[in-house]
Design a protein around this ligand. Structure first.
Ligand SMILES: *Cc1c(COP(=O)(O)O)cnc(C)c1O
Length: 414
């Protein structure tokens, strides 16, 4: 536990040779991640953070992200599936890891073998945990109570009895009790209050509250930003935060409630340039035609990289500081950009190999892409596909006290 994480190796790993030629990259700013986790720790006001690193840390790379977060003092992590937890164990992560998904009762051995905490989501999983755990190798259990999310979890009627059974079972370590909000990203949601009331009534009604030695948790990022301290006003509380670690809020409306820095920037290079005559069609379906003589850039990024096809005809990108619209249908591996009249700036200055920013800290942002794609920020960052190489950048953590100066990672240049 006490050994320092050997962060430099996996984080600064060289880009593999084939990846160096990729026309699209996701830059992951670990300095921004540090800024965000410190900001969240301050906001959680004494409650510990449980960092949610499921879905490969929302597309940012679970191993690298988790290494940085443990350096920042985070001691609780959560993933969605056992395999994600096993991968973190294999990467040397020794902190607590909760699997948020419902376990299959006959697959509990993966939890004890890899010391993963199991979500006890039904009476059946509780019984299976009691049978599976042994006193010399207990299973760590976080009881999930469904207070209104309607996804997984024990009903309020069953929860009390099940919690007392688990607290008495010799092979079970009752490590937590938790619930999940359905509407916490809406400010002043009465339903969030209802869920919170149901949860606190249950906690108050436990036969012997002292027997619960574990953690109590309810808040996600939305709850932390809307109901604040009331969402973690428990003994030994945790705040489960995911999206905010990555510099985003659940909805754009919550952006101004906290100072976060976006962690991911998606960039693609210009792979081809041409000048087309008026009337020339561009891309599948020939749905867009140039209305005048136009310089067209082709970018090496498409929906096969997770850049949504719904952005066709809606999105813009930034090249050399100028915004340009994407025109025509976005393809699997490419898309086209209208640079404007060919002979003058900015079109005349663009060369093959130049970088286009698809989203980043300044416009266009990931919120813009989510808006164009009619979805939420989560789906955009989670959807950046594995074939897009991640480049890890250790930028200086600005404006945060007690920072250690970080060495700029030298990135292999394009
Ligand atoms: C994903 C998830 C979270 C994190 O939600 P954010 O909105 O990203 O903070 C918290 N709790 C549960 C149960 C989750 O599935």
């Amino acid at each position: 536990m006490s050994s320092r994480p050997q962060s430099s190796e996996p984080i600064n790993r060289p880009i593999s040779q084939p990846d160096r030629f990729a026309p699209v990259t996701a830059t992951v700013d670990l300095g921004a991640l540090r800024h965000n986790v410190r900001t969240l720790q301050a906001r959680a006001d004494g409650a510990k953070l449980m960092a949610i690193v499921k879905a490969d840390a929302y597309g940012h790379g679970a191993t690298a992200v988790t290494q940085v977060l443990r350096e920042e003092g985070v001691r609780h992590f959560a993933v969605a599936r056992p395999a994600e937890g096993v991968r973190l164990r294999e990467a040397g992560i020794e902190e607590q890891i909760l699997v948020l998904g419902a376990p299959f009762p006959d697959q509990l051995s993966v939890y004890t073998t890899h010391d993963l905490s199991a979500t006890i989501s039904s009476v059946e999983t509780a019984e299976a945990a009691c049978q599976h755990g042994r006193s010399d190798e207990p299973i760590r259990a976080h009881v999930k109570v469904d207070t209104g999310m309607g996804r997984i979890g024990l009903s309020l009627e069953d929860a009390r009895e099940t919690i007392s059974q688990l607290s008495e079972a010799s092979g079970v370590l009752l490590a937590g009790i938790w619930t999940h909000f359905a509407t916490a990203d809406e400010p002043d949601s009465p339903f969030t209050q209802t869920q919170l009331n149901r949860f606190t009534s249950l906690l108050d009604a436990l036969d012997s509250p002292d027997s619960v030695t574990g953690r109590i948790h309810a808040a996600n990022t939305g709850a932390l930003l809307t109901i604040g301290g009331r969402a973690h006003d428990f003994s030994t509380p945790l705040v489960r935060t995911g999206i905010a670690l990555y510099g985003l809020t659940t909805t754009p409306e919550l952006r101004d409630r906290i100072d976060l820095q976006p962690v991911m920037t998606l960039k693609a290079r210009v792979t081809h340039l041409k000048t087309v005559e008026p009337g020339t069609p561009i891309s599948y379906g020939a749905r867009w035609r140039a209305s005048q003589t136009t310089r067209i850039a082709t970018l090496g990024v498409g929906y096969g990289d997770g850049y949504p096809r719904l952005c066709s005809g809606r999105a813009s990108v930034r090249i050399n500081g100028h915004q340009h619209p994407i025109v025509g249908t976005i393809c699997m591996d490419m898309c086209m950009v209208n640079l404007g009249p060919p002979d003058k700036s900015p079109a005349a200055d663009v060369e093959v190999g130049d970088e286009a920013v698809l989203f980043g800290p300044s416009s266009p942002t990931l919120y813009d892409v989510a808006d164009w794609a009619e979805t939420i920020p989560y789906e955009i960052c989670c959807g950046i596909s594995p074939r897009v190489p991640r480049r890890y950048l250790n930028s200086a953590t600005s404006g945060v006290p007690h920072q250690e100066p970080r060495v700029q990672t030298s990135l292999s240049s394009f």
